[in-house]
Design a protein around this ligand. Structure first.
Ligand SMILES: OC[C@H]1O[C@H](O[C@H]2O[C@H](CO)[C@@H](O)[C@H](O)[C@H]2O)[C@H](O)[C@@H](O)[C@@H]1O
Length: 550
């Protein structure tokens, strides 16, 4: 039965209603996101009334030209929400540069450090004073955007951006970004996918607590927790209350966005993909598409459940909320561990114990439901067919990165598990590509599939393996970091003007990734953050070309 669900947000301009439907279906723009990022020239009520009048005058069938004129009269161009910002904590020569031996890489590191200036944004006061005229969510402090069509703050991207900013010693900028996210938790009860009202009913992988953890570790600013910990708990509670499911007697998390209608920023794409579906299937499709966007993996064979559970399908098989994802559960487990440590730091032992118990509970559930003893790896779980999904996804190693394994009696990482994970990676053939680890082995044309490699996945693998301390794992970590860096470096040198991309093809060194519903974007926040971290970790031995005999 079709459920009564809310639209993505209440706005009849940006989230639902005849104006949005008519303009988006007319496909006036190459990218559907363009329209929903425009500022209104007048109050939304007046714009809606004028649109009704246009519909009446045109027998509900305005021409493309009528719509172009209407939009130019009622909307300003996208990207008009910002005022200039020059970060006061930006240094000419941050210390990480001194540890990079290779001169070309040192120069590149300097340029990427410089890129924070052109990716930085400060929202105008007018957005705070007249929010009804914008789709932008007002936040008080400046932030770093991914770049290109992504003109606003993004939730999980910011973890890798923060990582890079901390290496650039831009602690004040990071502090402001964290306060922006805490402000969002205060207002929305969670962190939205990104800084637009059309994202407000969906989140992205929960990385706020890990961002705060990174900041405190880098700066020692434990004071930051005072007066803010309750908001970190509030976000954790959002995931517990709205995104959990019971599997084999354990509680685990999944992505699940229960709102109606197409994604406003990809309206025609969702509408057309579901045109042949029954009303009930269409509603389910919209929920699963938005849940896919919430996962950060929009889109991927990872969310396709076909027949008895295989993943060789297309978007019509999307079933995101029926998958229990390894990475999300590793993130939740890590969040509980970090919350426990934070409460310990401020002297609240009761809460520290409470979150420690939650951490143990989540770790057990991950091990019981997602670990596959035969393959020696964690696998996503299919709730429809009650089985593990036996496919390679780079996210399968997330518990290693998240510190959600049982330690050895001496507190180290269990080397038996590490070696099983290493064997799995080798058998999967995923480590053999010249340009990094692919997202999956499925060639679907979706952007979170083969042959694309994504910065956050490379980083989780490299750091996860490096942190085990195991010599074989550390050697693979360096090898993967080196391959990814050369891929990014070559693409940077080959592009005119030099550019960093949101994703890369791992099969051809120097080639940006492709596929999906929008053009590959340049900038790029998390890409730069990951390279800066690799330069920071391995700066003494990274090079710009593979030695001839490897
Ligand atoms: O407009 C389509 C989708 O675009 C975003 O997703 C992609 O870019 C994000 C920003 O870099 C990134 O966080 C995400 O992993 C990418 O797949 C947006 O987040 C989606 O909600 C949106 O539908």
């Amino acid at each position: 039965q079709v459920q009564s669900l809310p639209p993505p947000c209440p706005s009849p301009i940006y989230c639902h209603g005849p104006l949005l439907h008519t303009v988006q279906m007319a496909k006036l723009y190459h990218d559907s996101k363009t329209f929903v990022d425009k500022k209104l020239r007048f109050d939304p009520e007046l714009v809606a009334a004028n649109f009704t009048q246009l519909m009446n005058l045109t027998a509900n069938n305005p021409s493309q030209n009528d719509l172009v004129i209407f939009i130019s009269q009622h909307f300003e161009s996208e990207g008009s929400e910002f005022q200039p910002w020059d970060p006061s904590d930006w240094l000419d020569s941050p210390s990480f540069l001194q540890n990079i031996n290779n001169t070309q890489l040192r120069n590149w590191g300097q340029e990427l450090h410089g890129a924070w200036k052109f990716l930085g944004r400060q929202i105008k006061d007018d957005v705070k004073e007249r929010p009804e005229l914008y789709s932008m969510i007002y936040v008080p402090h400046p932030f770093i955007i991914p770049g290109g069509r992504f003109r606003e703050i993004y939730y999980w991207d910011s973890y890798w951006i923060v990582q890079g900013l901390l290496i650039s010693q831009m602690n004040q900028t990071v502090r402001g970004m964290l306060d922006n996210f805490l402000h969002m938790v205060d207002v929305y009860g969670m962190v939205p996918n990104g800084g637009r009202i059309y994202y407000q009913l969906r989140s992205q992988p929960p990385m706020l607590i890990p961002m705060v953890d990174r900041y405190i570790n880098a700066t020692g600013d434990v004071e930051f927790l005072n007066g803010r910990l309750h908001l970190l708990e509030k976000e954790f509670q959002f995931w517990m209350a709205n995104r959990t499911v019971s599997v084999k007697g354990h509680t685990l998390a999944r992505f699940n966005v229960e709102s109606d209608g197409p994604r406003p920023e990809s309206y025609i794409e969702d509408f057309q993909s579901s045109a042949h579906m029954s009303e009930i299937d269409r509603q389910d499709f919209y929920i699963n598409m938005k849940s896919g966007a919430e996962s950060g993996w929009d889109f991927s064979s990872r969310w396709f459940i076909v027949d008895e559970g295989h993943n060789e399908g297309n978007l019509s098989h999307i079933s995101t909320r029926n998958v229990v994802p390894v990475d999300l559960n590793a993130f939740v487990c890590m969040n509980a561990r970090m919350l426990s440590e934070m409460f310990r730091k401020v002297g609240d032992d009761r809460k520290a114990q409470m979150y420690h118990d939650k951490y143990i509970e989540w770790k057990r559930a991950i091990q019981a439901v997602l670990w596959n003893e035969e393959q020696g790896i964690w696998l996503d779980y299919d709730l429809t067919n009650n089985l593990q999904r036996p496919y390679f996804y780079a996210s399968n190693i997330a518990p290693l990165w998240a510190g959600c394994l049982d330690p050895t009696p001496s507190g180290g990482v269990d080397s038996a598990v590490v070696h099983r994970v290493m064997d799995y990676l080798e058998h999967s053939q995923s480590t053999k590509f010249a340009g990094g680890i692919p997202t999956s082995m499925q060639h679907t044309g979706q952007q979170w599939d083969f042959p694309n490699g994504w910065p956050p996945l490379q980083h989780m693998l490299v750091v996860g393996l490096e942190n085990t301390g195991d010599p074989r794992a550390k050697a693979l970590a360096f090898n993967l970091a080196q391959k990814w860096l050369i891929n990014n470096y070559d693409a940077y040198q080959q592009s005119m003007p030099n550019a960093m991309f949101e994703k890369y093809d791992v099969t051809v060194v120097g080639l940006p990734g492709g596929g999906g519903e929008y053009d590959v974007q340049l900038g790029f926040g998390w890409t730069n953050g990951v390279i800066l971290d690799f330069l920071h970790i391995y700066g003494d031995r990274l090079v710009t070309e593979q030695p001839k005999n490897t």
